[in-house]
Design a protein around this ligand. Structure first.
Ligand code: GLU
Length: 484
């Protein structure tokens, strides 16, 4: 196989979207699997909607996911520059070449004229397409328009007959009749190339071997192929990956929840979980297994197992995968990730003392098994903070009225008083001793202690809760719940 060169070519018009991240990931996996190269190209020709901020967001989101590139605007490379607005003279040169060869032409039609053509076509029940009015202007007519101050666009001359056949690695053979295409704009009147033109020039000059991108670009592909053919250039292999739909089977949008990578990061998703999840959006592994590290994905990924039908964004599955990675990562890492979440919610100051750090670590240890995303830690914070405890229901109230409760609480107080510091191992031992000494059995000891301390019937292990609370808060809570 020739050298695999793939690219991710986002338009910096917003934060990196989940769909864009998936395209980037698929390209990255192919590049790494076949020891090829990954190009990051910024397609910023929409001057109004492009921003540096979005570009930065794309870089940082990709880096967060663990996707890197071999050539790009930030690191350069042998085909630099990698930002389309820095390549404008290149596009002009190639557009000029097409004009000289009679494969493209200046079009002076005004918006009003084009709109009138559209209306007329629609009235006749035809699909609107460019009328061809400026296809064969004489030099004289051209000069006249220029003298009127009209600013021309450049249109590509689409062959009137024939068809474009795309052999798409995902979609199979797809045919488009040239007749329906209509001469399309390749350079706008301000000299800026359109997407369909710039993308071909760049993919060709950057020696891209495989174009792997979202299905929505399939309909652009015939225009792009016509440009390759006009120059006599070899075409890359195309693979158009399916749309991502929400659970209700409509196109994934803000209505379905978070759509950008940075939002998932802020919600407490781990990058390896997001990567794992994105890989399964459209691709299916050979085996039943669904948990894959990036390295495993690089080995196993292949385009022939990418499905044609749309991928459904299943939030529950993402949560499940994230929960898996949360359970399998270190407490130190989770602590670091939890700190900003707790800080933002007002549970922590911006500078932590060692004691506060240890406190967070204990909380994280207590809830690690239960979390599906790190921000869920906030749901548990009432258990760990505050003097006031609400008894969650009648059942909880009834637990505190059981006859053994005063004895259990007394024993708890005694045991805690004997302990110099509260740490999980010691507390675990003390609780076991209470069970043994009171001869009451586990439930009759643990349940009232749990309810008296947290107001709830369920929750993280008591031997974590007790050290997190500390003696002072425990006393306050006991006083609060037992003397109601
Ligand atoms: N700039 C285009 C986009 O963001 C790139 C499409 C392509 O990969 O060709 O949709």
């Amino acid at each position: 196989m020739e050298k695999v060169r793939v690219r991710f070519a986002p338009s910096p018009t917003g934060p990196l979207h989940i769909g864009g991240a998936r395209s980037a990931l698929f390209n990255y996996l192919i590049a790494r699997k076949y020891k090829g190269e990954m190009v990051l190209r910024i397609e910023d020709t929409d001057l109004e909607r492009s921003s540096k901020e979005s570009e930065e967001n794309i870089f940082s989101s990709l880096k967060w996911l663990g996707i890197d590139w071999d050539e790009g605007p930030d690191i350069g490379g042998k085909f630099a520059p990698y930002r389309q607005t820095e390549r404008l003279d290149i596009y002009t040169k190639y557009a000029q070449q097409l004009i000289e060869n009679g494969q493209a032409f200046y079009c002076f039609c005004s918006e009003e004229e084009l709109e009138k053509d559209r209306q007329e076509a629609m009235a006749k029940g035809e699909t609107p397409k460019y009328s061809g009015r400026c296809r064969n202007l004489t030099e004289e007519q051209r000069q006249k328009f220029l003298a009127e101050g009209r600013k021309p666009v450049v249109r590509f001359k689409v062959p009137e007959t024939g068809e474009v056949v795309i052999e798409d690695l995902v979609r199979g053979t797809v045919r488009f009749e040239n007749e329906g295409i209509g001469d399309f704009v390749i350079v706008k009147s301000d000299g800026i190339p359109t997407y369909n033109f710039a993308v071909v020039i760049d993919d060709h000059l950057m020696e891209i071997s495989h174009v792997v991108r979202a299905e929505e670009h399939l309909s652009n592909t015939p225009r792009q192929i016509l440009i390759y053919e006009a120059f006599g250039w070899e075409k890359p292999v195309f693979a158009h990956i399916s749309l991502i739909l929400g659970k209700d089977k409509t196109k994934m949008s803000k209505r379905h929840g978070a759509t950008s990578v940075v939002q998932y990061r802020e919600l407490g998703y781990l990058p390896e979980a997001v990567v794992n999840f994105l890989a399964l959006l459209g691709w299916s592994p050979q085996e039943e297994e669904e948990i894959f590290t990036m390295e495993e994905l690089i080995q196993k990924f292949s385009l022939d197992r990418v499905a044609k039908n749309p991928a459904v964004f299943d939030m529950e599955k993402l949560r499940w995968i994230n929960g898996y990675y949360i359970r399998h990562t270190s407490i130190e890492r989770l602590t670091e990730l939890a700190i900003p979440i707790l800080e933002k919610a007002g549970y922590l100051p911006s500078e932590l003392t060692e004691k506060e750090y240890e406190w967070v670590k204990l909380i994280v240890t207590a809830v690690q098994e239960k979390l599906h995303s790190l921000n869920e830690i906030l749901d548990y914070m009432p258990i760990f903070t505050g003097e006031k405890v609400e008894l969650e229901n009648e059942e909880a109230k009834a637990v505190l009225e059981e006859e053994q409760v005063p004895q259990v609480i007394e024993l708890l107080r005694t045991k805690l008083a004997e302990m110099h510091t509260l740490e999980p191992e010691g507390v675990k031992k003390a609780l076991k001793e209470i069970v043994k000494e009171s001869k009451l059995g586990g439930r009759k000891v643990y349940m009232p202690i749990r309810v008296a301390l947290t107001g709830q019937m369920h929750g993280p292990e008591l031997y974590y809760i007790i050290p997190v609370l500390g003696k002072e808060l425990i006393e306050k809570r006991l006083a609060n719940t037992l003397h109601k």
